[in-house]
Design a protein around this ligand. Structure first.
Ligand SMILES: [Zn+2]
Length: 322
């Protein structure tokens, strides 16, 4: 996995295998004469989803495109647009041409168990989307691989595609580029991937652990709790928000998020704060030494000044306000 994509530059075999499997789906399209066609490809549903995301299909006569499985309807697979209808439709392998002919797709819906409200909603949605579809009898269906200049599949582009749009990965890239001591960057990378040895993870392995967060002693310790939800952490962040005159750093203004971290504009500041919080957590766990939130805040201020002197430019402009 390349560093800029959230890894340490090591090939991710699982994703590489997936990239290679997409070749089957590509061949199925571009070389329909291949003998193995009609046999089942080794691809799973995620392969299909990724393939749909990587390709643009322009339907002509609709004879090559699969009604349910191809990502032809505004770039999406019909089965993703109407998943519960897909479940009760037979057969599932009609082409677009066959499915649209005299609304065969509606007759394919097996209504034995009756339609639920969800089915009806999907039916109406699909009906609306299909209404504007006009088949062009004298044109073949076209497929373009979106990730190469040639418009053709390559294994390398299929591999890279699996890291695109990965917010975590974008952060990871930023982490490695930011000015900060390497130990802090490595720690931030770990916490961003939820790989730090917090109690919840120790517990899952059956290793010794404190059940509650050593900073507030009132909630289970997870990476997210420690870095964003904990009362103590929030107190520190709000002190920092006032100090740097950055209201967006104030925890009350944080957006609810599943991510481990809310990066503020200054990644350097974030790296510093989460590192110091982690050190405080470890001081409490391993050395039974406690610093109050204001105490940790002044420690962070001193440390920020040292980082700024050593070359952390963003941090320097933030703290120069004082
Ligand atoms: Zn806590």
């Amino acid at each position: 996995m390349p560093k800029e994509n959230g890894g340490l530059g090591i090939l991710n075999l699982e994703r590489f295998a997936r990239a290679l499997r997409l070749r089957w789906l590509w061949q199925e399209w571009v070389s329909p004469e291949k003998v193995w066609l009609g046999t089942k490809t080794p691809c799973d549903d995620i392969d299909g989803l990724l393939f749909a995301a990587c390709t643009t299909i322009t339907v002509g006569n609709g004879k090559r495109t699969s009604f349910w499985h191809s990502g032809w309807l505004q770039g999406r697979r019909t089965k993703d647009i109407a998943p519960s209808l897909f479940k009760i439709s037979r057969p599932k392998n009609r082409t677009v041409a066959a499915a649209l002919e005299r609304h065969t797709w509606i007759r394919d819906i097996r209504r034995a168990g009756g339609l639920t409200l969800g089915h009806v909603q999907e039916l109406l949605k699909l009906w609306g989307m299909l209404r504007s579809t006009q088949l062009q009898q004298n044109q073949e269906d076209q497929i373009i691989w979106k990730l190469t200049a040639s418009g053709k599949y390559t294994a390398a582009s299929a591999y890279k595609a699996q890291f695109l749009g990965n917010v975590k990965a974008k952060r990871a890239q930023a982490i490695w580029k930011a000015w900060a001591p390497p130990k802090c960057k490595f720690f931030a990378w770990l916490i961003n991937q939820n790989r730090v040895w917090t109690s919840d993870r120790l517990q899952r392995r059956g290793w010794p652990h404190n059940p509650s967060c050593p900073l507030c002693r009132s909630a289970p310790e997870t990476a997210l709790h420690l870095m964003a939800d904990c009362r103590f952490t929030r107190r520190v962040w709000s002190l920092i928000a006032s100090w740097t005159a950055q209201p967006t750093l104030h925890p009350q203004l944080w957006m609810p998020s599943e991510n481990t971290l809310q990066w503020c504009d200054s990644l350097q500041l974030s790296l510093l704060v989460i590192w110091e919080i982690w050190c405080e957590r470890n001081a409490r766990v391993f050395r039974r030494h406690e610093t109050s939130a204001p105490g940790l805040f002044s420690k962070i201020k001193n440390e920020a000044a040292a980082w700024a002197l050593a070359g952390a430019k963003d941090l320097e402009s933030l703290i120069r306000r004082e």
